[in-house]
Design a protein around this ligand. Structure first.
Ligand SMILES: NC(=O)c1ccc[n+]([C@@H]2O[C@H](COP(=O)([O-])OP(=O)(O)OC[C@H]3O[C@@H](n4cnc5c(N)ncnc54)[C@H](O)[C@@H]3O)[C@@H](O)[C@H]2O)c1
Ligand SMILES: [Zn+2]
Length: 342
Protein backbone atom coordinates (compact mmCIF):
# COMPACT_ATOMS: atom_id res chain seq x y z
CA UNK A 1 0.00 0.00 0.00
CA UNK A 2 1.18 3.54 -0.74
CA UNK A 3 1.88 5.13 2.60
CA UNK A 4 2.37 8.76 1.66
CA UNK A 5 -0.97 10.22 2.66
CA UNK A 6 -1.73 13.61 4.07
CA UNK A 7 -4.92 15.32 5.23
CA UNK A 8 -5.02 19.11 4.95
CA UNK A 9 -7.57 21.04 7.01
CA UNK A 10 -6.79 24.36 5.34
CA UNK A 11 -9.25 23.64 2.53
CA UNK A 12 -8.74 24.84 -1.03
CA UNK A 13 -6.16 27.42 0.04
CA UNK A 14 -4.00 24.61 1.42
CA UNK A 15 -4.46 22.64 -1.81
CA UNK A 16 -3.44 25.69 -3.85
CA UNK A 17 -0.21 25.94 -1.83
CA UNK A 18 0.45 22.20 -1.92
CA UNK A 19 0.13 21.86 -5.70
CA UNK A 20 2.83 24.50 -6.18
CA UNK A 21 5.35 22.14 -4.56
CA UNK A 22 7.95 20.27 -6.61
CA UNK A 23 6.34 16.86 -6.39
CA UNK A 24 3.32 18.18 -8.29
CA UNK A 25 5.23 20.37 -10.76
CA UNK A 26 4.75 18.20 -13.85
CA UNK A 27 1.43 16.64 -12.87
CA UNK A 28 -1.65 16.78 -15.10
CA UNK A 29 -5.07 16.44 -13.52
CA UNK A 30 -8.44 14.87 -14.24
CA UNK A 31 -11.29 15.82 -11.92
CA UNK A 32 -14.00 13.21 -11.31
CA UNK A 33 -17.30 14.79 -10.28
CA UNK A 34 -21.06 14.33 -10.50
CA UNK A 35 -23.83 16.70 -11.52
CA UNK A 36 -24.18 18.10 -8.00
CA UNK A 37 -20.51 18.68 -7.33
CA UNK A 38 -20.17 20.07 -10.86
CA UNK A 39 -22.79 22.66 -9.94
CA UNK A 40 -21.95 23.38 -6.29
CA UNK A 41 -18.25 22.63 -5.84
CA UNK A 42 -16.35 22.84 -9.14
CA UNK A 43 -16.60 26.66 -9.49
CA UNK A 44 -15.01 27.15 -6.05
CA UNK A 45 -12.31 24.58 -6.80
CA UNK A 46 -11.34 26.03 -10.16
CA UNK A 47 -11.30 29.61 -8.94
CA UNK A 48 -9.36 28.71 -5.82
CA UNK A 49 -6.69 26.38 -7.19
CA UNK A 50 -4.65 27.61 -10.13
CA UNK A 51 -3.08 24.24 -10.94
CA UNK A 52 -6.54 22.79 -11.66
CA UNK A 53 -7.67 25.48 -14.10
CA UNK A 54 -6.50 23.42 -17.09
CA UNK A 55 -7.74 20.12 -15.67
CA UNK A 56 -9.96 17.79 -17.69
CA UNK A 57 -13.08 16.62 -15.96
CA UNK A 58 -15.23 13.51 -16.16
CA UNK A 59 -18.82 13.55 -14.94
CA UNK A 60 -20.14 10.32 -13.43
CA UNK A 61 -23.65 9.49 -12.16
CA UNK A 62 -24.45 10.96 -8.72
CA UNK A 63 -24.54 8.69 -5.68
CA UNK A 64 -23.94 4.94 -5.43
CA UNK A 65 -24.65 4.47 -9.16
CA UNK A 66 -21.15 5.64 -10.06
CA UNK A 67 -19.52 2.77 -8.16
CA UNK A 68 -19.65 0.29 -11.05
CA UNK A 69 -17.14 -1.45 -13.27
CA UNK A 70 -18.79 0.19 -16.29
CA UNK A 71 -18.24 3.70 -14.92
CA UNK A 72 -14.68 2.82 -13.85
CA UNK A 73 -14.03 1.57 -17.40
CA UNK A 74 -15.39 4.84 -18.84
CA UNK A 75 -12.97 6.84 -16.69
CA UNK A 76 -10.05 4.58 -17.64
CA UNK A 77 -10.99 5.03 -21.31
CA UNK A 78 -11.04 8.82 -20.90
CA UNK A 79 -7.59 8.69 -19.30
CA UNK A 80 -6.22 6.54 -22.13
CA UNK A 81 -7.84 8.73 -24.80
CA UNK A 82 -6.26 11.78 -23.20
CA UNK A 83 -2.81 10.15 -23.11
CA UNK A 84 -2.62 10.13 -19.30
CA UNK A 85 0.69 8.71 -18.08
CA UNK A 86 1.88 7.61 -14.63
CA UNK A 87 2.32 11.22 -13.64
CA UNK A 88 -1.38 11.89 -14.08
CA UNK A 89 -3.41 12.69 -10.96
CA UNK A 90 -7.09 12.01 -10.33
CA UNK A 91 -8.94 14.58 -8.26
CA UNK A 92 -12.07 13.13 -6.65
CA UNK A 93 -14.52 15.96 -6.09
CA UNK A 94 -17.54 14.43 -4.41
CA UNK A 95 -18.96 12.37 -1.61
CA UNK A 96 -17.96 8.88 -0.59
CA UNK A 97 -19.26 7.46 -3.87
CA UNK A 98 -16.98 9.58 -6.06
CA UNK A 99 -14.03 9.10 -3.67
CA UNK A 100 -14.53 5.31 -3.60
CA UNK A 101 -14.77 5.16 -7.40
CA UNK A 102 -11.90 7.56 -8.02
CA UNK A 103 -9.58 5.74 -5.64
CA UNK A 104 -10.47 2.44 -7.33
CA UNK A 105 -9.74 3.89 -10.78
CA UNK A 106 -6.44 5.40 -9.59
CA UNK A 107 -5.30 2.13 -8.00
CA UNK A 108 -5.77 0.25 -11.28
CA UNK A 109 -4.59 2.75 -13.86
CA UNK A 110 -1.03 1.91 -14.96
CA UNK A 111 -0.62 -0.06 -11.73
CA UNK A 112 -1.42 2.98 -9.63
CA UNK A 113 -1.42 6.74 -10.11
CA UNK A 114 -1.80 9.43 -7.46
CA UNK A 115 -5.22 10.67 -6.40
CA UNK A 116 -6.45 13.57 -4.32
CA UNK A 117 -9.70 13.29 -2.37
CA UNK A 118 -11.73 16.46 -2.01
CA UNK A 119 -14.72 15.19 -0.03
CA UNK A 120 -17.82 17.32 -0.50
CA UNK A 121 -20.22 15.54 1.88
CA UNK A 122 -19.84 15.53 5.64
CA UNK A 123 -19.77 11.73 5.63
CA UNK A 124 -16.91 11.65 3.16
CA UNK A 125 -14.95 14.32 5.09
CA UNK A 126 -15.04 12.40 8.35
CA UNK A 127 -15.12 8.84 7.06
CA UNK A 128 -15.12 7.71 3.41
CA UNK A 129 -12.28 9.90 2.13
CA UNK A 130 -9.99 8.92 5.01
CA UNK A 131 -8.29 5.58 5.45
CA UNK A 132 -7.47 4.24 2.01
CA UNK A 133 -10.42 1.95 1.32
CA UNK A 134 -11.58 2.15 -2.29
CA UNK A 135 -14.36 0.11 -3.86
CA UNK A 136 -16.95 -0.46 -6.52
CA UNK A 137 -20.11 -2.56 -6.25
CA UNK A 138 -20.07 -5.80 -8.25
CA UNK A 139 -22.13 -8.99 -8.51
CA UNK A 140 -24.94 -7.32 -6.59
CA UNK A 141 -22.70 -6.82 -3.56
CA UNK A 142 -21.77 -3.39 -2.26
CA UNK A 143 -18.04 -2.66 -2.05
CA UNK A 144 -17.22 -6.20 -3.24
CA UNK A 145 -14.23 -5.21 -5.38
CA UNK A 146 -11.62 -2.75 -4.21
CA UNK A 147 -8.21 -1.99 -2.81
CA UNK A 148 -6.50 -0.41 0.13
CA UNK A 149 -5.06 2.55 -1.76
CA UNK A 150 -4.78 5.81 0.21
CA UNK A 151 -5.09 9.20 -1.44
CA UNK A 152 -1.88 11.22 -1.62
CA UNK A 153 -3.84 14.17 -0.25
CA UNK A 154 -7.24 14.61 1.35
CA UNK A 155 -8.51 18.17 1.49
CA UNK A 156 -11.06 19.13 4.12
CA UNK A 157 -13.05 22.16 2.89
CA UNK A 158 -16.03 22.44 5.26
CA UNK A 159 -17.77 25.15 3.20
CA UNK A 160 -18.92 22.41 0.80
CA UNK A 161 -21.33 21.21 3.49
CA UNK A 162 -23.42 24.38 2.97
CA UNK A 163 -25.15 23.05 -0.17
CA UNK A 164 -25.74 19.52 1.15
CA UNK A 165 -29.34 18.34 1.62
CA UNK A 166 -30.24 18.00 5.33
CA UNK A 167 -30.48 14.20 5.08
CA UNK A 168 -26.88 14.04 3.87
CA UNK A 169 -25.74 16.24 6.76
CA UNK A 170 -27.52 13.93 9.19
CA UNK A 171 -25.92 10.87 7.56
CA UNK A 172 -22.49 12.36 8.15
CA UNK A 173 -23.32 13.42 11.69
CA UNK A 174 -24.38 9.87 12.59
CA UNK A 175 -20.99 8.53 11.47
CA UNK A 176 -19.32 11.24 13.58
CA UNK A 177 -21.40 10.20 16.60
CA UNK A 178 -20.40 6.58 15.91
CA UNK A 179 -16.68 7.39 15.87
CA UNK A 180 -17.04 9.47 19.01
CA UNK A 181 -19.11 6.83 20.86
CA UNK A 182 -16.37 4.22 20.52
CA UNK A 183 -13.39 6.48 21.19
CA UNK A 184 -14.06 9.86 22.77
CA UNK A 185 -16.81 10.69 25.32
CA UNK A 186 -16.04 14.44 25.15
CA UNK A 187 -16.51 14.61 21.40
CA UNK A 188 -19.66 12.50 21.78
CA UNK A 189 -21.05 15.02 24.27
CA UNK A 190 -20.25 17.95 21.96
CA UNK A 191 -21.99 16.28 19.01
CA UNK A 192 -25.14 15.49 20.99
CA UNK A 193 -25.26 18.98 22.47
CA UNK A 194 -25.01 20.87 19.17
CA UNK A 195 -27.51 20.94 16.33
CA UNK A 196 -24.84 22.32 14.05
CA UNK A 197 -21.51 20.66 13.30
CA UNK A 198 -18.61 22.47 15.00
CA UNK A 199 -15.53 22.65 12.78
CA UNK A 200 -13.37 21.32 15.59
CA UNK A 201 -15.58 18.26 15.82
CA UNK A 202 -14.93 17.52 12.13
CA UNK A 203 -11.18 17.86 12.72
CA UNK A 204 -11.27 15.66 15.80
CA UNK A 205 -13.29 12.95 14.03
CA UNK A 206 -10.80 12.91 11.15
CA UNK A 207 -7.89 12.77 13.57
CA UNK A 208 -9.44 9.80 15.40
CA UNK A 209 -10.17 7.92 12.17
CA UNK A 210 -6.60 8.53 10.96
CA UNK A 211 -5.09 7.21 14.17
CA UNK A 212 -7.26 4.06 14.07
CA UNK A 213 -6.34 3.48 10.42
CA UNK A 214 -2.67 3.96 11.24
CA UNK A 215 -2.90 1.31 13.96
CA UNK A 216 -4.76 -1.18 11.72
CA UNK A 217 -4.53 -0.11 8.07
CA UNK A 218 -5.90 -3.38 6.65
CA UNK A 219 -8.89 -3.68 8.98
CA UNK A 220 -7.78 -6.80 10.86
CA UNK A 221 -8.79 -5.88 14.41
CA UNK A 222 -8.99 -2.45 16.08
CA UNK A 223 -10.45 -0.75 12.99
CA UNK A 224 -13.53 -2.98 13.51
CA UNK A 225 -14.66 -0.61 16.27
CA UNK A 226 -15.72 1.75 13.49
CA UNK A 227 -18.40 -0.80 12.60
CA UNK A 228 -20.31 0.17 15.75
CA UNK A 229 -24.03 0.27 14.85
CA UNK A 230 -23.31 -1.19 11.41
CA UNK A 231 -24.38 -4.84 11.83
CA UNK A 232 -27.86 -3.71 12.84
CA UNK A 233 -27.51 -0.65 10.60
CA UNK A 234 -26.98 -2.59 7.36
CA UNK A 235 -30.01 -4.77 8.03
CA UNK A 236 -32.12 -1.67 8.84
CA UNK A 237 -30.78 0.17 5.75
CA UNK A 238 -31.81 -2.67 3.43
CA UNK A 239 -35.05 -3.70 5.12
CA UNK A 240 -36.46 -0.26 5.97
CA UNK A 241 -34.95 1.50 2.90
CA UNK A 242 -33.32 4.17 5.02
CA UNK A 243 -30.20 6.17 4.16
CA UNK A 244 -27.00 4.55 5.45
CA UNK A 245 -26.08 7.03 8.20
CA UNK A 246 -29.62 7.21 9.56
CA UNK A 247 -29.85 3.40 9.61
CA UNK A 248 -26.53 3.32 11.47
CA UNK A 249 -27.91 5.85 13.95
CA UNK A 250 -30.78 3.43 14.70
CA UNK A 251 -28.35 0.50 14.66
CA UNK A 252 -26.30 2.22 17.37
CA UNK A 253 -29.41 2.43 19.54
CA UNK A 254 -29.93 -1.34 19.18
CA UNK A 255 -26.25 -1.95 19.94
CA UNK A 256 -26.44 0.30 23.02
CA UNK A 257 -29.52 -1.57 24.21
CA UNK A 258 -27.56 -4.84 24.06
CA UNK A 259 -24.53 -3.13 25.60
CA UNK A 260 -26.60 -2.33 28.69
CA UNK A 261 -27.66 -5.99 28.91
CA UNK A 262 -24.36 -7.66 28.03
CA UNK A 263 -21.33 -5.44 28.50
CA UNK A 264 -22.19 -3.16 31.39
CA UNK A 265 -23.04 0.12 29.62
CA UNK A 266 -24.83 2.52 31.98
CA UNK A 267 -28.51 2.59 31.06
CA UNK A 268 -28.56 6.43 31.21
CA UNK A 269 -26.29 6.50 28.12
CA UNK A 270 -28.84 4.42 26.20
CA UNK A 271 -31.74 6.58 27.35
CA UNK A 272 -30.02 9.88 26.56
CA UNK A 273 -29.01 8.66 23.12
CA UNK A 274 -32.52 7.40 22.48
CA UNK A 275 -33.99 10.83 23.35
CA UNK A 276 -31.45 12.58 21.12
CA UNK A 277 -31.96 10.24 18.16
CA UNK A 278 -35.75 10.61 18.25
CA UNK A 279 -35.39 14.35 17.68
CA UNK A 280 -34.00 13.65 14.21
CA UNK A 281 -35.17 10.21 13.16
CA UNK A 282 -38.45 8.29 13.12
CA UNK A 283 -37.58 4.87 14.38
CA UNK A 284 -39.45 2.24 12.34
CA UNK A 285 -41.78 -0.06 14.24
CA UNK A 286 -40.28 -3.52 13.72
CA UNK A 287 -42.48 -6.60 14.17
CA UNK A 288 -41.25 -10.18 14.57
CA UNK A 289 -42.29 -10.65 10.96
CA UNK A 290 -39.88 -7.85 9.89
CA UNK A 291 -37.08 -9.12 12.04
CA UNK A 292 -36.70 -12.58 10.43
CA UNK A 293 -35.35 -11.29 7.07
CA UNK A 294 -33.23 -8.78 8.99
CA UNK A 295 -31.68 -11.65 10.95
CA UNK A 296 -30.82 -13.32 7.64
CA UNK A 297 -29.12 -10.12 6.52
CA UNK A 298 -27.20 -9.92 9.78
CA UNK A 299 -26.06 -13.54 9.56
CA UNK A 300 -24.77 -12.89 6.10
CA UNK A 301 -23.10 -9.62 6.97
CA UNK A 302 -19.64 -10.00 5.47
CA UNK A 303 -18.07 -8.82 8.72
CA UNK A 304 -19.21 -12.00 10.45
CA UNK A 305 -17.01 -15.07 10.13
CA UNK A 306 -19.71 -17.68 10.85
CA UNK A 307 -23.50 -17.80 10.57
CA UNK A 308 -23.98 -15.98 13.83
CA UNK A 309 -24.20 -12.32 14.60
CA UNK A 310 -21.25 -10.48 16.04
CA UNK A 311 -21.50 -6.86 17.06
CA UNK A 312 -19.39 -4.07 18.39
CA UNK A 313 -20.79 -3.26 21.86
CA UNK A 314 -19.86 -0.64 24.45
CA UNK A 315 -18.69 -1.11 28.02
CA UNK A 316 -18.77 2.65 28.35
CA UNK A 317 -18.56 5.60 25.99
CA UNK A 318 -15.06 5.40 24.53
CA UNK A 319 -14.62 1.73 25.49
CA UNK A 320 -15.77 -0.63 22.73
CA UNK A 321 -15.63 -4.42 22.49
CA UNK A 322 -15.42 -5.97 19.04
CA UNK A 323 -16.81 -9.33 17.89
CA UNK A 324 -19.29 -9.82 20.74
CA UNK A 325 -21.46 -12.85 19.96
CA UNK A 326 -25.16 -11.96 19.88
CA UNK A 327 -27.94 -14.57 19.74
CA UNK A 328 -30.97 -14.34 17.47
CA UNK A 329 -33.19 -13.81 20.50
CA UNK A 330 -31.05 -10.92 21.66
CA UNK A 331 -31.33 -9.34 18.20
CA UNK A 332 -35.13 -9.76 18.32
CA UNK A 333 -35.29 -8.27 21.81
CA UNK A 334 -33.15 -5.27 20.79
CA UNK A 335 -35.11 -4.48 17.61
CA UNK A 336 -38.47 -4.79 19.38
CA UNK A 337 -37.34 -2.74 22.36
CA UNK A 338 -35.84 0.27 20.58
CA UNK A 339 -39.24 1.08 19.09
CA UNK A 340 -40.57 1.79 22.56
CA UNK A 341 -39.91 5.17 24.12
CA UNK A 342 -37.47 4.75 27.00
N1 LIG B 1 -14.09 4.06 1.71
C1 LIG B 1 -14.59 4.13 2.93
O1 LIG B 1 -13.90 3.94 3.92
C2 LIG B 1 -16.04 4.46 3.08
C3 LIG B 1 -16.55 4.76 4.36
C4 LIG B 1 -17.90 5.11 4.46
C5 LIG B 1 -18.69 5.16 3.32
N2 LIG B 1 -18.17 4.85 2.09
C6 LIG B 1 -18.98 4.91 0.87
O2 LIG B 1 -19.42 6.24 0.68
C7 LIG B 1 -20.61 6.22 -0.10
C8 LIG B 1 -21.59 7.23 0.48
O3 LIG B 1 -20.99 8.49 0.43
P1 LIG B 1 -21.79 9.81 0.82
O4 LIG B 1 -22.65 9.58 1.99
O5 LIG B 1 -20.77 10.88 0.86
O6 LIG B 1 -22.82 10.00 -0.38
P2 LIG B 1 -22.64 10.20 -1.95
O7 LIG B 1 -21.24 10.33 -2.36
O8 LIG B 1 -23.42 9.12 -2.60
O9 LIG B 1 -23.36 11.61 -2.17
C9 LIG B 1 -24.71 11.79 -1.78
C10 LIG B 1 -25.37 12.86 -2.66
O10 LIG B 1 -24.87 14.16 -2.29
C11 LIG B 1 -24.50 14.86 -3.48
N3 LIG B 1 -23.47 15.84 -3.09
C12 LIG B 1 -22.19 15.58 -2.80
N4 LIG B 1 -21.58 16.71 -2.37
C13 LIG B 1 -22.51 17.69 -2.43
C14 LIG B 1 -22.50 19.08 -2.09
N5 LIG B 1 -21.41 19.65 -1.56
N6 LIG B 1 -23.63 19.78 -2.26
C15 LIG B 1 -24.77 19.18 -2.73
N7 LIG B 1 -24.84 17.88 -3.05
C16 LIG B 1 -23.72 17.15 -2.90
C17 LIG B 1 -24.05 13.78 -4.41
O11 LIG B 1 -24.07 14.22 -5.74
C18 LIG B 1 -25.08 12.70 -4.14
O12 LIG B 1 -26.25 12.94 -4.86
C19 LIG B 1 -21.11 4.79 -0.09
O13 LIG B 1 -20.90 4.22 -1.35
C20 LIG B 1 -20.25 4.10 0.95
O14 LIG B 1 -20.01 2.73 0.64
C21 LIG B 1 -16.86 4.52 1.97
ZN1 LIG C 1 -21.07 3.66 7.75
Amino acid sequence: MKTLSKTLFGGLKALERQLKRDEWATAKYTIILDENTFQHCLPLLISGVEALQEAEFVEVPAGEECKSLEVAAQVWQTLIDGGADRNHVLVNLGGGSVCDLGGFVAAGYMRGIRHINIPTTLLAMVDAAIGGKTAIDFGGIKNSIGHFYPASLTIIEPTFVATLPQTEVLNGKMEMVKTAAVTNPDLYAVLLANDSIPLNAIKETVRIKESIVKADPYDHDIRHILNFGHTFGHAIEVHAHLPHGIAVGIGMLAAMYLSVKKTGLESAIYHDYSMWLRRYVDIPHFTLHDIEPMLDLMHHDKKNAAASTQCVLLQALGAAMIDVEVSDNEVRDALLSITRQP
